[in-house]
Design a protein around this ligand. Sequence first.
Ligand SMILES: [Zn+2]
Length: 335
Amino acid sequence: MTDLYEILEKLYAVKSPSGFEGDMATLITKILKKAGISCKTTPMGNLIAHKKGVGKKCLLDAHMDTTGFVATFIDEDGFIRGDMLGGLSLCDLHDIPVEFLNGTRGVLSYERKTKFGDRTMASMFIDIGAKDGKDARGKVLPGDGATFCGKPEKLSGTKVRAPYLDNRIGCAILIYTLLNLKECPYDIYAVFSVQEEVGLRGAKSAAFGIEPDFALVIDVTSSCDTPGFDGKGEVKLSRGAAIKVMDRAFIAHPEIVSALCETAKKENIPCQRDVLTDGGTDGGSIHTTKLGVPTGGISVPTRYIHTPCEVCDMSDAENVAQLLIRSLETQAFII
Ligand SMILES: [Zn+2]
């Protein structure tokens, strides 16, 4: 498909559940440094890329962590109990392939005696095929992280499926933007943040350190266009970049919303207004930093978020990238 898709595919070479983002930071640093973009990693693990400009300080954010699992207890038979990293719906998880960061493969399964609706993490376990507890402990210890398995695969048209499009697609867009931005009227700090899925933690410390004049968050948003979604929202796949108006963690600054809408209109970039009612983004912690930071966001409509099989349309992702690039190049934000 596109350069953007190639960048996305590259990001599946490593795993990055919340708290274990080091390999992803290294991978993104390698891609950006090749293009001469300066990068540094903060003590908390955030990766900050800097494109120096003379104008206002702009923070661009995409979280590089994903949801996942952490082992908590290994029983005598070698089955591993665990907890969630971030919010996962247990209804989506029936005998799912998972892999620990050290490469140990397993199946996330559930106790058959537990009724479907009563399922909690206490009734789930990971089966790595160990013969007993000693064998299992040789491969996995409490505290080890695991994720779903899978890579991007093309569906009909320009749609793709993959686990963790939230927020690999946002990271790919931010990398693509840094590589393709021609003029740079703002002083740009691109943050690939850690620990978003467990409470918007990395972005909080990054924003505090950078003290931006304004911020834009790139993430996914719920696409309300599958059967049964009637009346929940208007965002749909393939309808363009989703301009954030609000989510559960913050209300976008009205001047940023208008600047993005006007740029989309001027540049003929398909867009839609995004009111996300069932999730938050890093904007939640960035906008309350110090005296407050005018914050907005552009999102990629995505189906089945936080399941092992998320779906988005690469044409929407391209529109998000174009809208971000053109609004920065034309200095659309006068804050
Ligand atoms: Zn996200």
